[in-house]
Structure formats: C-alpha cells, structure tokens
Design a protein around this ligand. Sequence first.
Ligand code: S3P
Length: 184
Amino acid sequence: MKNILKGVNVYLIGMMGSGKTTIGKLLAKELQYRFLDTDFLIEQISKKTINQIFDEEGEPYFRNLESQILGEVSTYIKTVIATGGGIILKQENWSYLRHGMIIWLDTPVDILVERLEKDQTRPLLKEQDLSQKLTNLMEQRKSLYQLADLTINIEKDDTPNLIVEKIITKIPSKIKQEINPQLN
Ligand code: S3P
C-alpha cells in the first residue's frame, strides 16, 4: 500500500471538526508519509493562535497566510496535509491542492456540533448558534468540498482507524482513473 501513491501528497479537506488532523496523522503513518497541518504551521510561523490572528489581523490576513503556507507545502512530496476548513474558498488554493490527491471528510453537521460544542479555538464559531452557523457554512461550502478527488462519508460510530481504512480502500481506484491514466 505504501507505494501506491508514488509520493503524491494527500490533502484532507472538510469542515471544522471533521477529523482532518486526527485522521491525517493516522493516514500518514499508514502511508509512511510525513504529516503537516496548515493551521498548526500558521500558528508556529506567526507565533499567535488562530484566534489571535483573526482578532488582531483579521480573516483576510489569515487567508493570505494560509495560501502562502499551502503553496510551500505543495512543493513537498510524501506528505499528508490537514488543511483548514476554509482552504477551499480561494481559487488560487485549488491550483496547489490539485498537485495532490484531495480527500473530503464529509461529516454530517450533527456530528460536528457534538464535537465542537465546547471548542474555543475556532474564531468563526464564537458568537452565534453553533448548529445554525455550521449548517450555513456547510451550505456555502458544500459545492466546493465536492470538487475533491475522493469523498469519504463519515458516520457517527466510525473510529479513526475505520475511516483510514475507508480512505485506503478507495485510493487505488482514483489513482488508476486520474493520477496515472495510462494504467487504464
Ligand atoms: C476555519 C477552519 C479552521 C481554521 C480557521 C478557519 C474555517 O481550521 O483554519 O479557524 O474557515 O473553516 P479547522 O478546519 O482545522 O478547524
């Protein structure tokens, strides 16, 4: 399994709370890839939390930083990258994401609500009704997430290991179809 992607990066996309970081770490282990997380890199480089960046510099500043980081990591190989939930919003980010295999962790809003109820780290979820806010964001973003190469449907009792298994099972079909069309 570990060679099947031939070093091509994997980008995990999806809503906040969809499990990109947890799944990304496990998947990287399975593929014998390095793991990176764009939010974590942004915090390291700016020496601020995501909350502080949004508060002090504003969202557009954060989005630019996010694109820069994505541009950097897209030059790597053999890397699983957990992205921030809003990475799909900018057109230019897609040119970076398309260097690799893009996998959408499609997690229903009710599961997201459960996971994010006590979260204090996401600036976009602060003031309003959590369920409504996540429903609105999902509505705005769904058509963009759907542009992923692979969609993984996450269900309530799925363990991280099961989700990684679902991904690993689905990857080969996609490689044959798109990354190496000559294999067909
Ligand atoms: C955001 C998602 C967050 C983080 C920022 C904005 C979004 O990342 O990048 O708070 O717009 O959905 P996670 O998806 O890792 O929570």
